[in-house]
Each structure stands twice: as C-alpha cells, then as structure tokens.
Design a protein around this ligand. Structure first.
Ligand code: SF4
Length: 269
C-alpha cells in the first residue's frame, strides 16, 4: 500500500494548497483534539505504527518527480509523545534527506526541535499549530512549549509557519499575542469548521458552541460560521500580521489573501 499519496484536501473547493503529497509516519493521532477533522478515519485516536514503513516509504520516494513537495503530516501528527523513544519520524527524515524533495512538517509538538539538526540541512519549513486552546487539545503540548519550539527552530535558521488555527468565536479571537510572541515567517489561520462528531465533542466542553453554529452555514460536509463573521475575524488576524510585517493566509475560507501560499510552502528554498 502507498504511504506517500497525492494530498486530498478533503474535497474542499475552497482549498488553495499548491500541488503536494501527503505522508503520515503514524496512523491515527494521540493528541485527541476535540475539533479534529480527521476522525472519519476508523479508530483515529488510537495511534498505530505502520508495518514495513521504511521499505514502503523508500519505494514511494523513488517514484516521486524531482522537487516534489511533501507535507508531513496532514491527518495525524508526526511527533506524538511516543516519537521520543520510537524515532519513527526521525528515521524517515534520515531517509528523506537523500532525495530531491521539499518538505513541509506540520505538527503541534515541540519534539520537532529534537530533529532541527537534520531539518536545517534539508529544503524544508516547519508549521506549528498554536491556538491557545489547551482545553480543546488535551494531549498536545501546552501553548508555551510550542511558542518556545518556534523560537528554537528559528535559531536553527529553519523557516517557521504559525498555524493560528482554528479560531473559535469568543474563545481565542483575542489571542493574537501568540503571533507576536513567536514572530514566525508566515501565519496561516482559519475559523473553526465543524462536522456532527466534532460538534458533539467541542460542545461537551463549550455548550454555547451549538447555538453559535446553528446560525452558521453549510460548506460541503462542514458547518462554518456565517461568511461576514468569518471575514471580520480573519481580517483582524491579517491586519495584526501586516502590522508586524508577517505574511498571512487563510485556509479553506474562500477569501483572497496576499501571501505567496496558504500553507507557507513558498518559504522552502
Ligand atoms: S493534532 Fe491534528 S490530527 Fe492530531 S488530533 Fe489534533 S487536529 Fe487531529
């Protein structure tokens, strides 16, 4: 079975991602974010290692066109807590550095800093999600550790993207101080989008979210906030970034932005 696949942006017509491939070193995710979009995958919160991963990874890498962009990971986190001992992702990086590819690491974990020695030798950028919503991300490293991770990666000269995503109405709209604390090279942001299962999980800790999203709008299989409300929230983040001299883009929102890419892959040399 292939382990590197064409990125399928959940069939969203609003996706503005450049063409890229998706690679998940692990199956499932230990972070258990209540708003997670990937829980359509069976037993998603049960983290598993893949059989024959390194063999299959090398086989798929050999088939990729030169200069391909690989996003690691889109539907799991490549740095779950077990990665400290297992070093599955680190071994994948050791394999990857011999290939002519570009790498976008997407994580919520500060464990990524451990691999800065390899990442700084590669054509790569690291995207770290920080929302300030530790309540909704029970098993992910706390906000302060992630801010520290961004600073550490920058010290290694690695381009860093902050995913300020999702923004939850009334909860972290005002947490833009996170951007200033990190001073990343790029920010990508988006508002909370809910499916019935994630709505049930999020409303178990934030009951008011049900009423707010009842007034929302359907986009594909998701419920979004009303377009005017989203526009107002996103433009506020964009302005905050502009004032700091940082580029800003939106993820699957249907609004234009000035940045050269939404995911920050333009930072990869
Ligand atoms: S880190 Fe990402 S993939 Fe993992 S549970 Fe959270 S939202 Fe889902």
């Amino acid at each position: 079975m292939k382990v590197i696949r064409k990125f399928d942006p959940w069939k969203s017509e609003l996706c503005t991602c450049p063409e890229k491939y998706s690679f998940n070193p692990y199956t499932g995710c230990a972070h258990q974010c209540l708003y997670c979009y990937a829980t359509y995958i069976p037993r998603f919160y049960h983290l598993r290692e893949k059989k024959n991963l390194f063999r299959d990874f090398e086989r798929d890498l050999k088939d990729l066109p030169e200069n391909s962009l690989i996003s690691m990971s889109n539907s799991s986190d490549p740095y779950p807590p077990v990665e400290r001992e297992r070093k599955v992702t680190r071994k994948c990086l050791e394999i990857l550095r011999d290939y002519d590819v570009r790498l976008l690491v997407v994580t919520k974990s500060d464990i990524v800093v451990r691999d800065a020695d390899i990442l700084s030798e590669m054509r790569c950028a690291v995207s770290i999600t920080i929302t300030g919503l530790d309540l909704l991300e029970p098993n992910a490293p706390p906000t302060e550790k992630r801010i520290e991770a961004i600073k550490n990666l920058k010290d290694f000269g690695i381009p860093v993207i902050l995913r300020f995503d999702p923004i939850v109405p009334g909860l972290n709209e005002s947490r833009m101080d996170i951007i200033e604390k990190c001073m990343p090279d790029h920010v990508v942001t988006s508002t909370l989008k809910l499916k019935p299962d994630s709505l049930a999980r999020v409303s178990s800790v934030l009951p008011e979210i049900k009423t707010i999203y009842q007034r929302g709008e359907k986009v594909g299989r998701y419920t979004y906030l009303k377009r005017e409300k989203r526009y107002e929230m996103l433009k506020r983040v964009e302005k905050y970034c502009r004032d700091l001299g940082i580029s800003c883009a939106f993820c699957r929102e249907g609004f234009e932005f000035d940045a050269k890419s939404c995911d920050g892959s333009h930072l990869i040399k």
